[in-house]
Design a protein around this ligand. Structure first.
Ligand SMILES: Cc1cc2nc3c(=O)[nH]c(=O)nc-3n(C[C@H](O)[C@H](O)[C@H](O)COP(=O)(O)OP(=O)(O)OC[C@H]3O[C@@H](n4cnc5c(N)ncnc54)[C@H](O)[C@@H]3O)c2cc1C
Length: 290
C-alpha cells in the first residue's frame, strides 16, 4: 500500500485513527467489526499500537495487514525498540515489509514495570532516533516513518526546548512526520510547532486527539503519559463525572471545539485515539472534517 507521505503529497490534511491490539481472540474478532465501521468513515490511514517489549507484535502486524488487505486503507505499524536487539528489530521490520505494510511509527517505548531498571546494552537502541537511523540504513526509503511528539515535553524530559531538540534529532535521523501525544490546551501544540519550526523542522506535526468519555480513566491515563488535565477540563468534567451521558456529550463538545480550533489554526489534520471504539469519534469527525 501507500506510504503516508504519498498521501501527504495529495492532501493538506489527513484524518486518522489509532487502534490497539486486543488481548483475546474474541476481542480481535470484535475489533475487525469496529474496523469495518471506522473504515466506512474513510480515514486517510489507521495506525495500531505495539506493546513495548514486543508483547503484541503479531497482533499489531495482523491488524495493520488486515486493514490494508481487507479495506484497502493505508495502515501504520507502531514499533517499539526497547528490550529488543538490533537483529530482532531487523527481523520484525522484514516481517512488516513482507506483509506489504509501508509505514512505521518508530518508538523507543518504555521498559516494562517489572524491569524498571533495564538499561540498553550495545545491541539495543537507546532512543527512537537510533531506530529511525537503523530503518533508513537497512531499508532505505521503503518505509514512511512517523515519530511521537510531546507538546508538553516528554514525561522524562519536561524541558520543552530540550525535548523539541530530541524530536529534531528523530527527523534528522530519517523520520518523515510527527504524531503528538494527547493534550487539552491547544496553545501547547501551537507553541510546540513553533519551537520545532524555529529549529528548522518542517515535517507535519499531526495533533493526537482523545475524546473524554470517562473522567476517572482520563485522570489515570494522563498521570501515566504526563499530559496535563487543564483547569478548563476539570471545571467541565469534575462536577458531572458520575453522569456518564453528560460526560459523553460534554466530551464530544470539548473535542469538536478543540479540533475546529486546531484546523482553523493550520493543523495538518487530526489523529484520533479511538480506543477501539467507533463512537464518539464518528460524531466528532463528522462535525469537524473539512
Ligand atoms: C503518537 C504516540 C504513539 C505511541 N505508541 C506507542 C506504542 O504503540 N507502544 C508503546 O509502548 N508506547 C507508545 N507510545 C508511548 C512512547 O513509547 C513513550 O512515550 C516512551 O516513553 C518514549 O518513546 P519515544 O519514541 O518518544 O522515545 P524517544 O524519542 O527516544 O524519547 C525518550 C526519552 O528520551 C529523551 N531523549 C530522546 N533522545 C535523547 C538523547 N539523544 N539524549 C538524551 N535524551 C534523549 C526524550 O526527551 C524522552 O524523554 C506512543 C506515544 C505517542 C505520542
Amino acid at each position: 500500500m501507500n506510504k503516508i507521505t504519498d498521501i501527504f503529497a495529495q492532501k493538506d490534511r489527513t484524518y486518522s485513527f489509532e487502534l490497539f491490539p486486543p488481548k483475546t481472540d474474541q476481542g480481535y474478532e470484535n475489533l475487525k467489526n469496529t474496523i469495518t465501521k471506522l473504515a466506512a468513515l474513510k480515514p486517510d490511514f489507521f495506525s495500531c499500537t505495539y506493546g513495548a517489549g514486543g508483547g503484541s507484535r503479531d497482533k499489531t502486524l495482523d491488524i495493520v495487514e488486515f486493514i490494508e488487505k481487507e479495506h484497502h486503507i493505508t495502515a501504520m505499524a507502531h514499533l517499539t525498540c526497547v528490550l529488543s536487539s538490533r537483529n530482532e528489530i531487523k527481523a520484525i521490520i522484514e516481517d512488516i515489509q513482507s506483509r506489504g505494510v509501508r509505514n512505521i511509527l518508530a518508538l523507543r517505548g518504555d521498559p516494562p514495570q517489572d524491569q524498571p531498571d533495564w538499561q540498553p546494552g550495545p545491541e539495543n537502541f537507546r532512543y527512537a532516533s537510533e531506530l529511525c537511523s537503523f530503518i533508513r540504513e537497512h531499508f532505505d526509503q521503503n518505509f514512511g516513518i512517523g515519530v511521537a511528539g510531546f507538546p508538553e515535553g516528554h514525561i522524562l524530559c519536561k524541558d520543552r526546548d530540550k525535548d523539541a531538540g530530541f524530536l529534531k534529532l528523530k527527523i534528522d535521523s530519517g523520520a518523515d512526520f510527527v504524531i503528538t501525544q494527547l493534550f487539552f490546551n491547544n496553545q501547547d501544540y501551537y507553541d510546540y510547532v513553533k519551537r520545532l519550526r524555529n529549529l528548522g523542522v518542517t515535517a507535519r506535526v499531526i495533533p493526537g486527539i482523545i475524546a473524554i468519555t470517562n473522567y476517572q480513566s482520563l485522570l489515570r491515563f494522563t498521570a501515566m503519559c504526563g499530559a496535563t488535565v487543564t483547569d478548563e477540563v476539570k471545571e467541565i468534567f469534575e462536577p458531572i463525572q458520575d453522569d456518564a451521558e453528560k460526560v459523553l456529550q460534554e466530551g464530544i463538545h470539548f473535542a469538536v471545539r478543540q479540533c475546529r480550533d486546531l484546523l482553523d489554526n493550520g493543523a495538518p489534520g487530526l489523529h484520533f485515539y479511538c480506543l477501539n471504539k467507533v463512537s464518539p469519534v464518528d460524531q466528532i469527525l463528522e462535525a469537524v472534517r473539512v
